[in-house]
Design a protein around this ligand. Structure first.
Ligand SMILES: Cc1ncc(COP(=O)(O)O)c(C=O)c1O
Length: 436
């Protein structure tokens, strides 16, 4: 495989765009040094880079693309809407249609407001919670990696440059499945915490009725219970992880799988809270997500088509089934080489990730890089192991064969030392203070 064209344009990307991309997850430091891969196009489960290399893809637009790239019914719906115009001076009827469809699916929510990014929605939830409770602090789940690009969250990470200390001090962390850690926060900051916010599930399922207990605890302490369904939404269950686990949050944030890759997110929740951002109440007004592009009509058309497709086809069942086949195949290949403690697919089948461990069985960035290098060489673009409705049995079988080959190199690197096999610098975590 050649990466000549990608390598040629890499410098220009970095000269013109800070970070060389528009989300750190797509950055050069997340991929093998000499395989930057710039994408030309995608179709179904495949993408082609600017050098013409063909990959089966397992990142799916950072989990936005559930149906497959350039999925006909969604693209056509967006196109039809574009021909009617895509932004007007007053709301278009499609905004109501999309709200009705969304609320018929997310059945615990009473109102919804659309926006562009997940951060718009989670930050909107935090602002509403603060206004509703009259409190400043936010309790976030410290085991979940990302809630927003905004200060209330990024201030709690190591890349907090530019964020005032007084803002950082307002965010505190609890642990998933650890009610005691939440109790501790409410005891330490009585009457101060506006909401708890978390993903309903990441890698481990909730234990001991954690989500329900957390909601009760938050309410008992006058705080709101907010679920970030950016990843779980329309993947765990059509009605989100909230439906799967039978818990109704006060507010929840959706995006990603909502419109099969088109830019659309949503903040949904209880009428009495959401209406604070509206025109029909006599409380102090909340300036809630007023966005020029929030209701971009072709993104709403894409969402309508996507949601309708989910309702009419076994999409979510297929994500689970194909994810299971992939995990079974890769874990078997790994076991056959005696690597099961080093490389394995873990997490929910509808949204899994893989482990890459070193000789000491510790998570390893160099070994992750080697895995990426060896799978990319074999036509797999696999920063995670996310499947879509377009991943066929043949795709999965081919992927397992290619991974089995890549694992032979992985095993050699464990035996002989990784420096003999890894070309270039290892990938680096996004959350680091300096570009070391
Ligand atoms: C769980 C979760 N919440 C929020 C966000 C923020 O979404 P966005 O990047 O669209 O602002 C992300 C993005 O990856 C996410 O994974």
């Amino acid at each position: 495989m050649k990466f000549d064209e990608s390598l040629k344009i890499q410098k220009s990307f970095n000269d013109l765009i800070p970070g060389g991309c528009h989300t750190y997850a797509k950055g050069d430091d997340q991929y093998p040094q000499f395989m930057p891969v710039y994408i030309a196009r995608g179709k179904g489960s495949h993408v082609w880079d600017v050098d013409g290399n063909d990959y089966i893809e397992y990142g799916m637009g950072l989990r936005t693309v559930t149906l497959g790239h350039a999925f006909g019914p969604v693209v056509e719906a967006a196109h039809r809407q574009m021909l009617l115009g895509n932004n007007f001076v007053r709301p278009a009827r499609i905004e109501l249609e999309c709200a009705e469809k969304f609320l018929s699916i997310i059945d615990g929510a009473e109102m919804v407001k659309f926006c562009k990014d997940g951060s718009d929605a989670t930050s909107g939830a935090v602002k509403l919670a603060r206004a509703f409770t009259g409190r400043d602090m936010v309790a976030i789940c410290g085991d979940h990696p990302f809630f927003s690009v905004d200060d209330w969250f990024i201030g709690s990470t190591v890349i907090s440059a530019g964020i005032p200390q007084c803002v950082k001090d307002l965010t505190v962390k609890f642990h998933y499945n650890d009610l005691g850690s939440v109790k501790g926060l409410f005891e330490k900051y009585p009457g101060k915490i506006a909401c708890v916010i978390l993903e309903a599930e990441k890698y481990d399922p909730p234990q001991n009725n954690f989500l329900h207990e957390l909601k009760c605890l938050a309410h008992a302490n006058g705080a709101l219970f907010v679920l970030d369904e950016m990843i779980t939404g329309f993947r765990w269950h059509l009605g989100g992880a909230q439906k799967k686990y039978g818990v109704v949050p006060d507010l929840s944030a959706f995006g990603k799988a909502l419109a099969n890759g088109f830019a659309l997110s949503a903040l949904a929740g209880r009428r009495d809270i959401m209406e604070r951002g509206g025109l029909h109440h006599d409380q102090e007004r909340v300036f809630l997500m007023s966005t020029t592009h929030g209701a971009e009509n072709h993104a709403l058309a894409a969402a309508l088509a996507t949601l309708t497709y989910y309702q009419d086809h076994p999409v979510i069942e297929t994500l689970y089934a194909q994810g299971r086949k992939l995990a079974d195949g890769v874990n078997r290949a790994s076991r056959e080489l005696g690597l099961e403690e080093y490389v394995s697919i873990v997490g929910p089948d509808c949204c899994s990730v893989y482990t890459t461990r070193d000789r000491d069985k510790k998570p390893s960035q160099p070994f992750r890089t080697l895995f990426l290098q060896e799978t990319m060489k074999r036509g797999l673009l696999m920063p995670s192991s996310i499947v879509s409705y377009a991943h066929s049995d043949e795709d999965i079988a081919t992927t397992v064969e290619r991974i089995a080959e890549a694992l032979v190199v992985y095993k050699k690197a464990l035996d002989e030392g990784i420096e003999k096999h890894l070309i270039g610098k290892p990938v680096r975590p996004v959350y680091r203070k300096y570009n070391d």
